[in-house]
Design a protein around this ligand. Sequence first.
Ligand code: NAP
Length: 315
Amino acid sequence: MTDHRQVVIIGSGPAGLTAAIYTARANLAPLVIEGEPSSDSDQPGGQLMLTTEVENFPGFPDGIMGPELMLNCKMQAQRFGAEFLTAKATKVDVSSRPFTIETSVGQSVTADAVIVATGARSLMLGLEAEKRLLGYGVSTCATCDGFFHRGFDVAVVGGGDSALEEAMFLSKFATTVNVIHRRSELRASKIMADRAKANPKLNFIWNSVVTDLVGDPTLEAAQLKNVETGDESTLPVHGLFVAIGHIPNTNVFTGFLDHDEAGYLKTIGHSTFTNVEGVFACGDVQDHVYRQAITAAGSGCMAAIDCERWLESGN
Ligand code: NAP
């Protein structure tokens, strides 16, 4: 069965849901292909579904739980007529208009315009305890969660620019920031490395990997193994930040949308237009710099407005 829509939004994090609210209120009756729950911490609602309390989204002076914020955004979009399909987009054909989107549930949809808001995901260590403790001491975002660790010891895993950036930010709150790196040399740029090494709150733990995490219901310690000596140790920490890289969710699009070397989609100038007319990109799928819920929501709004104006101009 093929359904036709003026606008199909792929992805249901802050970017996709904001685009849904705006396009729905513009009477474009969008269909949101919201993703589907999968085993590897990937589900409708995006990265905020894996977070506990969000304290930096404007409008919530007492904070709000990540999943509740996403549910509110979804209900807000539904109130204005957005519809949701619980499925993943498996193939998008932009060779002719209307575009065709095939989904994991067998239903295909045609669309006059497509807004891509599939986000990015953090690479994780792959430990069983990491899934259980995500949002309970384990985090992938120091900007989001650093504040919760004021006066405590924390750890950052990774040796790249992201890890050092997270560590430097955390040093404003934490007593000691342990940087756990699997080699004896940083991957980060020299300027970042020099700055980090000069920070007295940072303690580098070289040649080491995290083998397990301890604590229930919240994180209490990380089990470490020195990969050179085989020595094992326990590092008590209140928070552990995984900063070993991100991957944009762009597999379905990289065949026809311009992207950078890491796979992030390219948009034109300050707009959300991609190289394919009628396809717009917003949120973390095209932003490897800010990666915040509020910046994703802002760019979702931009995509909806770009899309609405493009449709209105007779395309
Ligand atoms: P990255 O440069 O790929 O670094 C990832 C780090 O994580 C590496 O040190 C890597 O170790 C480690 N790692 C990877 N998998 C691991 C695992 N399973 N267990 C333990 N450690 C693991 O990623 P990034 O730091 O996110 O940076 C991505 C890009 O963005 C880079 O080009 C970076 O320069 C840029 N960036 C720039 C800035 C800035 O300029 N302010 C800030 C952030 C990011 P190895 O070193 O052993 O491979």
